[in-house]
Design a protein around this ligand. Structure first.
Ligand code: KIV
Length: 280
């Protein structure tokens, strides 16, 4: 059962997340819908409306299927379903890379139309200008370095980062660029464990790991992966804490059987001519 939404404004701010550096690990999950936000809100510090929604809920092959309108619609649903978590909405590919002016306009639209606490964008040294420009307008930014899902087509697949010396140097430079540009935290994705741990020690903003290191300041997973709803192969870094695939398949099979043998609907699921406890 989902708990009642708290009525008071008790949201965790991006700045409160920033102050958690090297403290109690920061618990983050993705969320895309109202009911899932309702269920997760009391358990997490931060909900990310990730552009993974394009793959997870809309069936696109990559996150490049996400649009600004899609992110805003899901951001609004998650804001309606949560009251405590810091809500961060991903900036989709095409909404920020070409320059600071576009990045600011897109970030302002996301915040104005969803009321979220912060936005996230992918890239390090190459996106520092965009991060700085958005932060200057007062909108907190979460960075994202390492394996960048918006670049997998360009990179020729999901390639783990930090396996060559050049790559390690570039990753540290990216982390420092994101920090200096004013981001309040940074996601490190698909990166060699020791490299992610080293970056976490060297920068002053919280690092949020996914396929990275237990020494990051927090962790994030895609909710559908974590509860076993993902139908395709899940990455090695995912731990499935539930098997909702089986639960849903089993429920659908029982429903189908009961419709076919006319045991559903039963007397308790239909209305009589006399008034009583109709409950809708
Ligand atoms: O889009 C997303 O879900 C993400 C997380 C996996 C970090 O960026």
């Amino acid at each position: 059962m989902a708990t009642q939404l708290p009525t008071a404004d008790i949201r965790i701010s991006a700045d409160a997340i920033r102050r958690r550096k090297a403290g109690t690990p920061i618990v983050c999950l993705t969320a895309y819908t109202y009911p899932i936000a309702r269920l997760l809100d009391e358990h997490v510090d931060l909900l990310l409306v990730g552009d993974s929604v394009a793959m997870v809920l809309h069936g696109h092959k990559t996150t490049l299927g996400a649009s600004l309108e899609m992110m805003i619609a899901h951001g609004q649903a998650v804001m309606r379903g949560s009251a405590k978590a810091c809500v961060v909405v991903d900036m989709p590919a095409g909404s920020y890379e070409s320059g600071a002016a576009l990045a600011v306009a897109s970030a302002q639209r996301i915040v104005a139309e969803t009321g979220c606490q912060a936005v996230k964008l992918e890239g390090g040294v190459d996106m520092a200008r965009q991060i700085e420009a958005i932060v200057e307008t007062g909108i907190p930014v979460m960075g994202h370095i390492g394996l960048l899902p918006q670049s997998v087509e360009k990179d020729g697949g999901y390639k783990i980062k930090g396996r060559t010396d050049d790559n390690v140097t570039a990753l540290l430079a990216d982390a420092r660029a994101v920090e200096q540009a004013g981001a309040f935290s940074v996601v490190i994705e698909g990166t060699v464990e020791a490299v992610a741990a080293d970056i976490s020690r060297r920068i002053a903003i919280p690092t949020i790991g996914i396929g990275a290191s237990g020494d990051c300041d927090g962790q994030i997973l895609v909710i559908d992966d974590m509860v076993g709803l993902t139908v395709d192969r899940v990455p090695k870094f995912v731990k499935e804490y539930a098997d909702l695939r089986s639960v849903v398949a089993h429920a659908a099979a029982r429903y189908a059987a009961e419709v076919r043998d006319r045991t559903f609907p039963g007397p308790e699921n239909v209305f009589t001519a006399t008034t009583g406890k109709d409950n809708g």
